[in-house]
Design a protein around this ligand. Structure first.
Ligand SMILES: C[S@@+](CC[C@H](N)C(=O)[O-])C[C@H]1O[C@@H](n2cnc3c(N)ncnc32)[C@H](O)[C@@H]1O
Length: 301
């Protein structure tokens, strides 16, 4: 099995509008599927900086002088570009979420399909595992996580069951969690319910929405005029954050206009409506089914 099959590969690479001598950033290197396509389009003087907070991704880095690997969270985008003496780049790509490799490694605890410790950290240097979250978080936090990241209607009841279970014995493994969830698992589409619970925990453990917001607000300052920001999301909240930011240049999505009514934004939308995978792509790669691609171009402000 491969490390990861890239989603919306051609659409996102076309969106970057690669110039052979340009400098590009892949914020989510993973198996390097997108990066490899960028490298194919770059000339010998082109440059590609890649980020991944998961040290496993380093094994996929090709021996290529044009590429720099940064083993850190992309929330430090600006810092690492400065560290590598790169002032501004021509394109930034982010393919958010987790890779198939992370899900398929039982010991990482991302999957309800195998019994393992509930870890779920993409960056194993970070402090809080999913098991710590489940055993320590106050009820309100659990309710918020299940409601907003898992879109689960019974978030309160789930949290009550977790609180009761952790008083008796800790919730350490995927098996422990399944025991707690057992009475909530619907007969119809049980995997869909479990996937939502796991997704919610993973998003919180990795503070994915915070990292996305922190990264996005740095992108305008890191791109040259005409440079492209290309983002693939897999969750409705992520997509809303990206959509608002690309429309307005701020996270609130508040559109500012000048005296003449012209929109004041560092971005021009390249695709008015969101790009989604074709039926064929979904057939070949089921994990691409929720992918949504948005592309914006840095204006001359
Ligand atoms: C969907 S995969 C990317 C797959 C990649 N495009 C490919 O073609 O193989 C997402 C990757 O981004 C990494 N990642 C997610 N959030 C990150 C963050 N905040 N900072 C750095 N890396 C992150 C994950 O560890 C994972 O390897």
């Amino acid at each position: 099995m491969g490390y990861h099959k890239p989603a919306l590969l051609h659409e996102s690479i076309d969106g970057l509008y690669i110039k052979p001598k340009g400098s590009y950033v892949d914020l989510t290197f993973g198996g390097g599927g997108h990066s490899l396509e960028v490298l194919k389009k770059l000339g010998k003087n082109g440059r590609l900086v890649v980020f991944d907070q998961d040290q496993d991704a380093f094994a996929n880095v090709p021996d290529d002088k044009r590429l720099i690997f940064v083993g850190a969270n992309f929330r430090y985008l600006k810092h690492y570009l400065r560290y590598h003496a790169i002032e501004k780049v021509d394109g930034i790509l982010a393919d958010l979420g987790i890779s198939s490799h992370q899900i398929d490694q039982p010991e990482r605890g991302f999957s309800f399909k195998s019994d393992a410790a509930l870890d779920m950290r993409m960056d194993v240097r970070s402090k809080r595992t999913a098991s710590q979250l489940l055993n320590e978080a106050p009820r309100e936090e659990l309710v918020r996580i299940f409601k907003s990241y898992g879109e689960l209607g019974n978030a309160f009841a789930l949290s009550t069951a977790i609180l009761a279970a952790r008083e008796e014995a800790g919730i350490e493994t995927t098996g422990d969690l399944e025991g707690v969830l057992k009475r909530f698992i619907p007969k119809h589409q049980p995997s869909k319910f479990l996937a939502r619970v796991y997704q919610a925990l993973r998003i919180e453990v990795n503070r994915e929405m915070e990292a996305l917001r922190e990264m996005l607000v740095q992108t305008a300052g890191c791109l040259k005029p005409g440079g492209r920001l290309v983002v693939i999301t897999y969750h409705s909240i992520e997509d809303r954050i990206v959509k608002n930011y690309m429309r307005s240049g701020n996270l609130e999505g508040e559109i500012e206009k000048d005296f003449y009514g012209n929109i004041q934004s560092p971005w021009k939308l390249v695709n008015r409506s969101v790009i989604t995978p074709s039926e064929e792509e979904i057939k070949e790669n089921n994990r691409a089914r929720s992918a949504k691609l948005r592309i914006a171009e840095r204006t001359e402000l």
